[in-house]
Design a protein around this ligand. Structure first.
Ligand code: CP
Length: 318
């Protein structure tokens, strides 16, 4: 594998899930694969799970790890070409990226949507600059439009907990005080659409996602109706995608907060969320603390998805 930014990059999903299962049984099985190889993790945004799980995954594979927080101690980066750099930005990303590539074998990048310009975000400008200019295999640690390491971990978790071959999986929008990127819901939809699950998306009007990610999924605006018979409930907040509302919060309606009311009409659904989660905005204390909540095993599987992805990137180094 030469890069990992979306579901297509992982190849055959069944094979990837089998690799995940193998790695989970013995996560140090490939500890020699990364000997004398260096992973650089570049963060433009904060992280807890991605940072820890990806570093742990690299350690499982015997790699050295360098972590760079762009906003803490690095030079402020200019990302636009053609700008006269007479402001507070000391270095251009077009020099910084190839320099980073000199010190490592694989690069992971976290760069969220900025919500200033939908085209800039949806063209994955920052991630693609790393792919183009680093000279190294690049993987996404959550980019502007997708979070594939999370979605792969989500899929592994559903496979572990599912009680039927073709579970009903419902992704629901939930309220949040701040506008959040669409990367997690886009990506989750992309990965669910690559399975044969019964996949339903529910959100208030105005929160329609990019149609290319929704693809064949069913959209149901009535949240209670969507939840009926669900085997898994995947909650996430996201800001509006469409038109002039791009990046805006349109609703803080706490009727959409996942509570026992909605969970009561499901098929004893498991509750999932990528974390971090705002309690009693996205989900009630009762639901997230209930036996049906699998948010911790879901987070634990981030180590497994990252180990599989790094293993495949190391194998691709040749
Ligand atoms: N789910 C997730 O990516 O968590 P972090 O933002 O803490 O890395």
């Amino acid at each position: 594998m030469k890069k990992f930014t979306c579901v297509q990059d992982i190849g055959d999903l069944r094979a990837a899930l089998a690799e995940a299962s193998e790695v989970k049984k013995d996560r140090f099985k490939y500890v020699e694969l990364g000997r004398n190889k260096t992973l650089m993790m570049v963060f433009f945004n904060s992280s807890l799970r991605t940072r820890l799980s990806t570093q742990k995954a690299a350690t499982n594979l015997g790699m050295n790890v360098i972590v760079l927080d762009i906003n803490q101690g690095a030079w402020k980066l200019e990302t636009e070409r053609g700008v006269v750099m007479d402001g507070d930005k000391s270095e251009h990303i077009l020099e910084a990226i190839p320099v980073m590539g000199c010190y490592c074998d694989i690069i992971g990048v976290r760069s969220f949507a900025r919500f200033e310009n939908r085209e800039f975000d949806y063209q994955e400008t920052i991630l693609n600059q790393f792919i183009e200019h680093s000279g190294r295999p690049v993987f996404s640690m959550e980019a502007a439009t997708r979070h594939p390491l999370q979605s792969f971990a989500d899929l592994i978790t559903i496979e572990e907990y599912k009680r039927t071959a073709r579970p009903k999986v419902v992704m629901t929008w939930a309220p949040h005080p701040r506008p959040l990127p669409q990367a997690v819901p886009n990506s989750f939809a992309e990965w669910m659409n690559a399975t044969d699950y019964d996949f339903v998306i529910t959100h208030p009007e105005g929160y329609e996602l990019d149609p290319s990610f929704v693809a064949g999924a069913r959209v149901e605006y009535d949240q209670m109706k969507a939840f009926e018979g669900a085997d898994f409930v995947y909650a996430k907040s996201w800001a509006a995608y469409t038109g002039e509302n791009y990046g805006r919060v349109l609703s803080r309606d706490r009727d959409w907060t996942v509570s026992d009311r909605q969970m009561g009409v499901t098929n004893k659904a498991y509750f999932m969320h990528c974390l971090p989660v705002r309690r009693n905005m996205i989900v009630t204390d009762e639901v997230i603390e209930s036996p049906q909540s699998i948010v911790i095993p879901e987070a634990a599987n981030r180590e497994i998805s990252a180990t599989v992805v790094l293993k495949k990137l190391l194998e691709g180094l040749g």
